[in-house]
Design a protein around this ligand. Sequence first.
Ligand code: GLN
Length: 429
Amino acid sequence: SETFELARERAKLLDSQEPNGQLYGIPFIAKDTLLVKGTVTTAASNILGNFEAPYTATAIKKIEDEGAICIAKANMDSFGHGSSTENSDFTKTLNPHDKERVPGGSSGGSASSVALGIVPFSICTDTGGSIRQPASFTGTYGLKPSYGRVSRNGAIAMTSSTDTVGAIASNVKDLAEVMDIISGQDPKDSTSIVKDESLTLDSAEDKNNYKVAYIKELLADGVDQEVRETINQAIAKLRKSGIVVEEVSIPEIDYALAAYYIIVPAEISSNLARYDGIRYGHSTNEAVKLSDTYNKSRMEGFNAENKRRILIGTYVLSSGYYDAYYKKAQQVRTLLIGAFNKAFQKYDALLGPVAPTTAFKFGDSEDPIKMYLGDIMTVAPSLVGSPASSIPVGIGEKSKMPVGLQIIGKHGDDKKVLEIGRLVEEVVK
Ligand code: GLN
């Protein structure tokens, strides 16, 4: 509700001024992992249930500087841990296409609010698929930018080496415009990179300029038939329109999920160590001694999935297991980067589904391993640092739910990914 009050105040202020800025008066929603000064910013976790943001995230500030108004914070899996928004500590978010089904995650609230038309865009984060997969599940357009393209300042950390701030919108042109605004180097994030070109799309792209390939391993067995069919139809339409689509094999991709679920918990265990019941958020009422403050605050404030990741993370980082798990996973990551770079020498972008299924029903992925397996297609680009988008290309025949095509580019090629995204958008219309 303090978000509404702030929004009203801002709207009044903007009304009293000369119209100014590219997004003047346009409402948007921010995933609740992005700090907006004066609002409670929780990352959908009880441990930050009462945490008031002391400053505004750089990406949000840039959007507001163009005259846009943040009208709400969006629900998510707490700290970004999940793929269905069922891991929120507060409430579940429904998929607007079918209320018995999840909206995807972790940016489920962001995706659903754009799919419903409540706002034209939402600013959100993607660490291993959290923009792309909910965009795919809700039939919206999402971009996870190149690592470093958008400042992470003011984004609550999950996995510092793969966290990115991006957006979900209702078409590629809007998506490109918003991404252009939030891009750029920021002195407050030493991993952010210089903005070398505008991302906005103005002129019509020449489809013959691009050579793309679909990744064979992403269309193998284990992908739901309705997903495979919808993606294959989209590829056929692309070819018919004159775009060259070849096949490429990246066998290393089969190891991406295992590496991701070692590296990510490792970084999570380190990033979540700051929630100690003293510096931020929830502090237990049950403490008798100092160690109770740490232990009980964390026990009460974190949910089962947060704890699972902290435990796995501290385990793979502990002496004795570090070499066997963490170091190996980093070696796999290096191999993946090499394999993708090799493919990008030949192709402008790589294609595949975003997820092996369409939006599943609530409770269907209660087993955490099953939930992790659903991330199999989005985690490799995250480990590599590639820009990747989800573009809706059709409705699955069986579930009658949207299917997204993933377009993956070389690090730094965000513009190309958006241009190809627009071609896909036009071709499937
Ligand atoms: N679903 C993935 C995970 O649970 C990705 C989450 C994200 O990108 N924040 O790790």
